[in-house]
Design a protein around this ligand. Structure first.
Ligand SMILES: [Zn+2]
Length: 470
């Protein structure tokens, strides 16, 4: 009898503690403060963020083991004295979102988001839009996707999936791994969008996943789309009046698209459409409005010496551009590159990709289509990634030029070399010396101009040094 009474008392105490704590949090601030656990969070860190204590959070949430936090877990923060950085104050709209899915994810309502963001029509939602989720939004909290994990000797796929709070099938699918895959130290795995908590997508059948990497589409940058379907399909698509080239794995439920945004693309909102056809011939479509943002590229005014006049003479530049286009418009289904690109030489960057240029006082309608390195004469030039040499010849403007095909429609170009030491058809490895810095072509001095093409579009190569597109 006594034991039963004691147990009953204990249960009612537990039931009482939690609602009381909730009530206190609501009374003190007039509203509940909720923190959504992000990767890297600890209770100590969260307590510091909100100016409260570990004990107070543990008690408010009935936590017995303060080391057990899971990504996406919602914690009630009692007596928060600072603004709430846990529920992002703003959110960057992803292709898999609708207002409904965003409201669900952050525990608010469509009406609240619409009102807060002055939206008269929820159809105004577009990918890349930063919406305010809270009072006093200051911005800056984005959703990160596509983390790279470097394998250590003790790693297993299961352990990695636990570490990042993703499912094992998700992890294997993202990296194209089978269950018997052998992991080797220093190998890199892409961790699927783990910071989305929980993954509430709002997509038409049969699409189950649709994300962009990076999360915003910017002039002159590469964007990668990842699409998942719940059944095998053949996929096509279009964006900014160009077809999207879709790579589909053997299962035909995992699809990726790489797209280079022209550096002079008009910023604005463009429809992105994906069409899927299943084996019965049924057709499905998903369309999302996607914002293309200004790249914020600098401008420079150059005065050309008379002998460099060729640089702006279409009679000279056009045939050379046509020659390059014939080479870089192809795409090789095999992918030779693996991970981020390496730098092609060890020297300072003197002119960034995307710089708007005016020649001899004319309009700023020329663009620097690559990155210039101020390398010493005859300094070695390295292949940025593995691939096959598809062009090695002297050109009027670009001088001794080499183009390497890295597969999947990705090419790198190395201009103004002293001489040509590789030839078409050569297979090169990442970091292999493919030439030496020279001053051939129309140049003002020794330098390496390095260029990257993604599906025929010249894009910022340094983005590929910082980020992996796998
Ligand atoms: Zn250049």
């Amino acid at each position: 009898m006594n034991a039963r009474l004691a147990r009953a008392l204990l249960i009612s105490l537990i039931l009482l503690i939690t609602p009381l704590s909730f009530a206190r949090a609501q009374d003190d601030k007039g509203k509940t403060t909720v923190h959504v656990v992000q990767r890297g969070d600890t209770l100590f860190k969260i307590a510091q963020q909100y100016g409260t204590t570990v004990e107070a959070i543990a008690q408010a949430n009935g936590l017995t083991d303060v080391t057990m936090l899971s990504i996406g877990q919602r914690l009630l923060i009692p007596n928060a004295t600072t603004t709430d950085p846990g529920v992002p104050t703003t959110y960057l709209v992803q292709p898999s979102d609708s207002l409904r899915s965003i409201a669900l994810r952050f525990g608010t309502s469509v009406a609240d988001i619409a009102k807060r963001n002055f939206m008269l029509n929820p159809q105004q939602l577009y990918v890349g839009l930063q919406i305010a989720l809270q009072e006093g939004s200051t911005g800056g909290v984005g959703i990160k996707t596509g983390w790279l994990h470097t394998i250590t000797p003790t790693d297993t796929l299961y352990r990695i999936s636990m570490q990042y709070g993703v499912t094992l099938p998700q992890l294997m699918k993202t990296n194209g791994l089978k269950s018997d895959a052998v992991l080797f130290p220093s190998q890199q795995l892409l961790i699927p969008g783990t910071d989305k908590s929980p993954p509430l997508a709002d997509l038409p059948t049969p699409f189950t996943g649709f994300s962009l990497e990076p999360a915003t589409v910017v002039q002159g940058k590469t964007i990668m789309l990842r699409l998942n379907t719940e059944l095998p399909v053949t996929m096509t698509g279009s964006f900014m009046n160009s077809p999207l080239i879709v790579f589909t794995d053997k299962s035909r439920v995992y699809h990726i698209v790489m797209f280079g945004v022209e550096s002079l693309a008009q910023p604005g909102i463009y429809p992105m459409t994906l069409n899927a056809t299943d084996d019965q011939g049924h057709q499905y479509q998903v369309t999302r409005n996607v914002e293309v943002q200004d790249g914020g590229y600098p401008s420079e005014a150059l005065t050309l010496a008379p002998e460099l006049g060729d640089l702006i003479d279409p009679a000279i530049t056009q045939p050379e551009a046509d020659r390059l286009n014939r080479v870089i418009k192809n795409f090789t289904l095999q992918r030779y590159y693996n991970g981020p690109l390496g730098l092609p030489c060890s020297a300072a960057v003197t002119s960034q990709y995307g710089t708007r240029r005016s020649y001899n006082g004319g309009p700023y309608n020329f663009v620097h289509s690559g990155v210039d390195f101020a390398a010493a004469p005859n300094a070695p030039i390295y292949a940025a990634a593995a691939g096959v040499v598809v062009l090695a010849e002297p050109l009027t403007v670009r001088g001794n030029a080499v183009i390497i095909d890295h597969g999947w429609g990705v090419y790198t170009g190395y201009w103004h070399q002293v001489s040509l030491i590789v030839k078409v058809g050569d297979r090169v490895e990442a970091g292999q010396i493919i030439g030496y810095v020279g001053n051939t072509g129309r140049v003002t001095g020794y330098h390496l101009h390095w260029e990257l093409f993604v599906h025929g579009v010249s894009v910022d190569p340094l983005q590929w040094v910082r980020q992996s597109f796998l």
